[in-house]
Design a protein around this ligand. Sequence first.
Ligand code: ADP
Ligand code: MG
Length: 262
Amino acid sequence: MNNKPRIFCVSNQKGGVGKTTTTINLATALAALEKKVLVIDLDPQGNATVSVGLKRQQGAKNSYTVLTGRDRLEDSVVETNIPFLFLLPASKELLGMDIELAGVEKPQFFLQKALSQTDQFDYIFIDCPPAVGLLTMNALVASDNVIIPVQCEYLALEGVADLMKTIERVKRNFNPNLSVHGIVMTMFDVRSNLSKSVVSDVKEFFGRMVYDTVIPRNVRIPEAPSYGKPVMLYDFKSVGAQSYIRLAAEVLKREKELICHG
Ligand SMILES: Nc1ncnc2c1ncn2[C@@H]1O[C@H](COP(=O)(O)OP(=O)(O)O)[C@@H](O)[C@H]1O
Ligand SMILES: [Mg+2]
């Protein structure tokens, strides 16, 4: 398969907003369509790694050793139990990246460089840590698209304006290809008026940038990682799984529109 992968990073500097859940489930939905998908776990916490039933690699090949150029991407990617879904695991060593790369020239380009070595995947999803440090910078510089999960809660947009500014800056200085693919509203509580007003506020502010699919709060979603499975495989019929399938369809549809309309 010789093609250039479409690269998405899932980012929001706020923690606990659904970045990892969105990464894993979009990746799984596309893998189910027999697209070859790579998830890159760029968060030292390694939640994406655990969510597909694998362990954070310490010392072995992982996103840290690939970023720092010690290992090649294609030697470091591991298979998951899910057909067509591959993972570049995280390592705690990622915690030291900001300090380690501080004096290095062009430290924003490490991931882009590593990813340019592969033509084996149709899609790459990068799960970002909850901070706009060097790791997120590397993810933005390496990506075509950013997906921003926003939790349906008070202060939902806190930090999103800063992220948008960072994206503009990366676009201007390092990666003219970069665009915000969409904002996904997560953990929507059907019984809460606050949830509804947050969604309508965010839609009013960001317009069509917000995906139509809203991800509801669903208990099956936090249960799934403890079984090392994406919710789609843990409980396919759950509303959590079904909403992520709808979101994946919407992401693909938007992707086609973007390609057709330049
Ligand atoms: N739609 C949802 N319904 C219920 N719990 C959710 C939902 N989405 C995420 N969670 C849970 O919320 C927590 C934070 O989600 P996560 O995806 O890890 O966020 P982040 O990567 O932004 O820190 C996790 O325990 C996750 O299982
Ligand atoms: Mg996470």
